[in-house]
Design a protein around this ligand. Structure first.
Ligand code: NAD
Ligand code: TYD
Length: 354
């Protein structure tokens, strides 16, 4: 079996669902169930004996050590993190706590477990750390895409905390021999994405007749990957990645934010036209820019393709259409995640000059 952390969040839930759709190897899913963790995303596994959800913190060494001792996983895949840049600007403390201190404690628990294994399971054990392209910093317009040899130059409290965790993972390999793998992926989108991030926020706001807030000039560039392609990359790295290596994951889909928002609007015009017949793009509004806003991210994923033969299956056009359709088909999931805590966040970020 494998232990997944943060498996009730956006990417983790997609990973767990895909994993169990593809094979029968059981998953222990350790998730703190913060505002970003949603058991509803895992509802289809509620009666499935192959999946066990444990509510807890990656930083809780007693809990993690006992889970490891009891279930003897052959791998740990670490998705657990605070993940939203804007929240990290309002309150960096939780990011330091989970992404840095939490990863440190998780590494120590895993090291203790791994060192106590007998030779055969010790040989095959893997710790896969899921990270982001944001650790590399920001690119100018004509800079080449990030490769694995770029320096880490994080600019936000979120990306700095992820970069710190990447460093810890690397050090636990070099110092203690822990068999680690790290993936640095570009921006994901797809089903179960919490509507605080750009694409799901635009879809749910558009449908609710609300404004579509574009930060600054809207010409910042992100490199978008459909979440299921990220999950397939993680499975491939887990299966065949070289120990201690970092693999960039991306699909060569650089888009300016305004282009993304217009694409979402056009798809909604087609799939769920406004009652008044007007285009959704009438709802677009420019708002104050994010402090320290990174201008451009772009991922060079050729190492993963060359060494492990991974390629994404979705184009941006096919993936974004599936995503918009998923939100149209799942209004209950959207309604339930827009709880009181969600409303407080929207008030703080978009209505208080923040
Ligand atoms: P998310 O915020 O949707 O989910 C994070 C999950 O971790 C939640 O279920 C939350 O409850 C859980 N969690 C938070 N703190 C925890 C703790 N201390 N102990 C246990 N569980 C905890 O995030 P996501 O978008 O699914 O991202 C998952 C991982 O992938 C993160 O490490 C993120 O840095 C990385 N990543 C995300 C993207 C992206 O575009 N979303 C891109 C590249 C990498
Ligand atoms: P986001 O989804 O928060 O991901 P990240 O900051 O980790 O890349 O934001 C994606 C881009 O969209 C980023 O440049 C900020 C911008 N953005 C907006 O313009 N408006 C919004 O309301 C949000 C949430 C993001």
């Amino acid at each position: 079996m494998i232990l997944v952390t943060g498996g009730a969040g956006f990417i983790g839930a997609n990973f767990v669902l895909d994993w169990l759709a593809l094979n029968d190897e059981p998953v222990i899913n350790l998730d703190k169930l913060t505002y970003a963790g949603n058991t509803e995303s895992l509802q289809s596994l509620a009666q499935d004996a192959r999946h066990t959800l444990v509510q807890g913190d990656i930083g809780d060494r007693v809990l993690v050590s006992s889970l490891l001792a009891r279930h003897q996983p052959r791998a740990v895949v670490n998705f657990a993190a605070e993940s939203h840049v804007d929240r990290s600007i309002h309150g960096p403390g939780e990011f330091i706590q989970t992404n840095i201190v939490g990863t440190f404690n998780l590494l120590e628990s895993v090291r203790g477990y791994w060192q106590g294994l007998s030779e055969a399971p010790k040989e095959v054990f893997r710790f896969l750390h899921v990270s982001t392209d944001e650790v590399y910093g920001s690119l100018a317009k004509d800079d080449p895409a990030f490769t694995e040899s770029n320096h880490l130059e994080p600019n936000s409290p979120y990306s700095a905390s992820k970069a710190a965790s990447d460093h810890l993972v690397r050090a636990w390999h070099h110092t203690y021999g822990l068999p680690v793998l790290t993936t640095n992926c570009s921006n994901n989108y797809g089903p179960y994405h919490f509507p605080e991030k750009l694409i799901p926020l635009m879809i749910v706001n558009a449908l609710a007749g609300k404004l579509l807030p574009v930060y600054g000039d809207g010409l910042q560039i992100r490199d978008w990957l459909y979440v299921k392609d990220h999950c397939s990359a993680i499975r491939r790295v887990l299966e065949a990645g070289r120990l201690g290596e970092t693999y960039n994951v991306g699909g060569w889909n650089e888009k300016a934010n305004l282009e993304i928002v217009h694409t979402v609007c056009h798809l909604l015009d087609e799939l769920r036209p406004r009652a008044d017949g007007k285009p959704y793009q009438d709802q677009i509004t420019s708002v104050t820019d994010r402090p320290g806003h990174d201008r451009r991210y772009a991922i060079d994923a050729r190492k993963l393709e060359r060494e492990l033969g991974w390629k994404p299956l979705e184009t941006f056009e096919s993936g974004i259409r599936k995503t918009v359709q998923w939100y149209l088909d799942n209004p209950d999931w959207v309604a339930h995640v827009q709880s009181g805590a969600y409303r407080q966040w929207v008030q703080k970020q978009y209505h208080s000059g923040g």
